[in-house]
Design a protein around this ligand. Structure first.
Ligand SMILES: O=P(O)(O)OC[C@H]1O[C@H](O)[C@H](O)[C@@H](O)[C@@H]1O
Length: 542
């Protein structure tokens, strides 16, 4: 980090660290208005954060000193910014206008994107209108979408979030885990004659996805289908065409993707095929359009008014100055219940790094632990720690103002809980106030003083509130792109490569070795604990 901008943020932290947000609100009646920004049909209220204008200025300067705008432009232009894998990072190319041009290896990738989108469009139409059927000529009723990580979370949470847009005649079932309880349960309910399988794996080497696809293929053949029928029922999305063909997928059934799209950034590509099958291609296009709008906002808005930048610098403020370890996402929306898990991969796989772009080890904190769950459920569970635990957990409250149902009172209750939680976290309750309440209820003085200690709510706990008018395909596209860019900005400030994921590799290699020990095909050297686990498993498996 550049020393000077780091130091000036440190000075702001020293100035504000003991100031309570209650007092900030009391002193400035304009505070909410001042720290609220509207863009892309979002309203971001970040007034319940432990900042003032001066601190934010220092934080924006930190971003500027890390050359945020130059680095942002380099990403959009297709420069090789993923320097450990020597790749461009162009998920934004997947949602560009068809007239745009971005060159990678002298090829305009936007053309490739649109030729794949057209292939998807035609395929989805054929499945929906029944011109493409299964081997017995029956219309497809179910899709089994097999993939894991980035080839699973995006399509799954988007399809789930857009339930009101789903085609009831084509049910999409997502399977990721190699734990066969899932695939076995899913297949048990399905008719192979009317089931389409979409296998998604950028690398086409992922163990879980390959195994689940093999098991599904066996199930399909056991239904009486012949080997040549596989071409009618099995589609695949991959950048590894050679391996996919070798596996037996008909080359016509392979939807391409590219090495300049990271798995966790890939839902905009053909990896989104299960989404388009579920909600229709027009709605899928709306998701792309929403992301394009957020890209335009990120590209052209001054940093001070730029939603992803604001959210990013606030995250840096809490991680690096307040020493916060985690960040919680709280969608007050049942349909967005999967969003925390999606952002968990996006953020933790991108920014869980400890070497900088100059190949040096770094000591400062990088990506926080991302977690969360839907409101109001969490209020009756983990919010206790957020309110009274001795650690600060910055929160994002996310809520669509209009629901997709007519239960007005339910929705008012949901909204009131969401807003009240931000209020409780911010203002807390002093021991004097609590004691007063207890005395008024007739509790004796000694007991009131004792209880007040336990009931004390420190407050001063930060949160953003992100409101949207309605959860529509376009808005969901904007929401996901907002978080993608937030993660990018933080990666720039921390000077890390947000686009590799070497940390997942060792587990895969060792997993293969341990499997050979379990299957007695080799005797790898294992530590005594791991060997003991292998022996125990072999002894007890029936
Ligand atoms: O799409 P695939 O190549 O099968 O990869 C699936 C996932 O597995 C990997 O281990 C990575 O950690 C993820 O970033 C990736 O999305």
């Amino acid at each position: 980090m550049t020393v000077q901008s780091w130091q000036s943020v440190q000075q702001e932290f020293n100035r504000l660290k003991d100031v309570h947000m209650r007092d900030m609100f009391a002193q400035d009646p304009q505070r909410a208005n001042k720290f609220t920004k509207k863009a892309c049909d979002f309203t971001l209220d970040y007034s319940k954060n432990r900042v003032d204008e001066q601190a934010l200025t220092a934080l924006f300067q930190l971003a500027k000193d890390h050359k945020l705008t130059e680095k942002r432009d380099a990403m959009f232009a297709g420069e090789i910014i993923n320097k450990t894998e020597h790749r461009a990072v162009l998920h934004t190319a997947l949602r560009r206008d068809s007239k745009d041009s971005i060159l990678v290896d002298n090829k305009n990738v936007v053309n490739e994107v649109y030729s794949t989108l057209n292939k998807m469009k035609q395929f989805v139409a054929e499945i929906h209108n029944g011109t493409r059927t299964g081997r017995t000529g029956k219309k497809f009723t179910d899709v089994v979408a097999i993939g894991i990580g980035g080839s699973f979370l995006g399509p799954k949470i988007v399809t789930e979030a857009l339930k009101p847009y789903q085609n009831p005649a084509l049910k999409v079932h997502f399977v990721a885990n190699v734990d066969a309880h899932h695939i076995v349960d899913v297949l048990a309910k399905l008719n192979a004659d009317t089931t389409l399988v979409v296998m998604s794996s950028k690398s086409f080497t992922t163990q879980e996805t390959l195994k689940n696809t093999e098991t599904t293929r066996e199930w399909f053949l056991a239904s009486g289908a012949k080997f040549e029928d596989i071409a009618k029922h099995f589609m695949c999305v991959s950048s590894n065409t050679a391996k996919a063909t070798e596996f037996g997928i008909d080359p016509d059934n392979i939807f391409p993707m590219w090495d300049w799209v990271g798995g966790r950034y890939s839902l905009w590509s053909a990896i989104g095929l299960p989404i388009a099958l579920s909600i229709g291609f027009d709605n899928f296009e709306q998701i792309l359009l929403g992301a394009r709008e957020m890209d335009a906002h990120f590209l052209s808005t001054p940093l001070e008014d730029n939603l992803p930048v604001i959210m990013a610098v606030l995250g840096v403020w809490y991680s690096n100055f307040f020493d916060c370890q985690s960040h919680v996402l709280l969608p007050y929306s049942h349909y967005l219940r999967g969003f925390p898990a999606y952002v968990q991969q996006l953020d933790m796989e991108s920014n869980g790094k400890s070497v900088n772009q100059l190949d040096q080890n770094i000591e400062y904190k990088t990506g926080p632990i991302i977690w969360g769950g839907e409101g109001t459920n969490g209020q009756h569970a983990f919010h206790q720690l957020m309110h009274q635990g001795n650690t600060i957990i910055p929160a994002d409250f996310i809520m669509p103002i209009n629901p997709n149902h007519d239960e007005v009172e339910h929705h008012q209750m949901l909204a009131s809980n969401c807003f009240a939680q931000t209020q409780a976290l911010m203002q807390g309750q002093t021991t004097a106030e609590i004691e007063q309440e207890l005395l008024a209820k007739g509790v004796d003085k000694q007991e009131a003083t004792r209880l007040a200690k336990h009931k004390y709510m420190p407050g001063n706990r930060p949160s953003n509130t992100l409101l949207m008018e309605k959860l529509t395909p376009i808005q969901l596209g904007r929401l996901i792109a907002l978080y993608e860019h937030k993660v990018f900005v933080q990666g720039v400030i921390w000077d890390i490569n947000s686009f590799d994921q070497w940390g997942v590799e060792l587990g895969k290699v060792l997993g293969t070795q341990v499997l050979s020990a379990l299957q007695d095909t080799a005797q790898p050297e294992l530590d005594s604990s791991t060997q003991q686990l292998v022996d125990l498993f072999k002894q007890q498996i029936s």
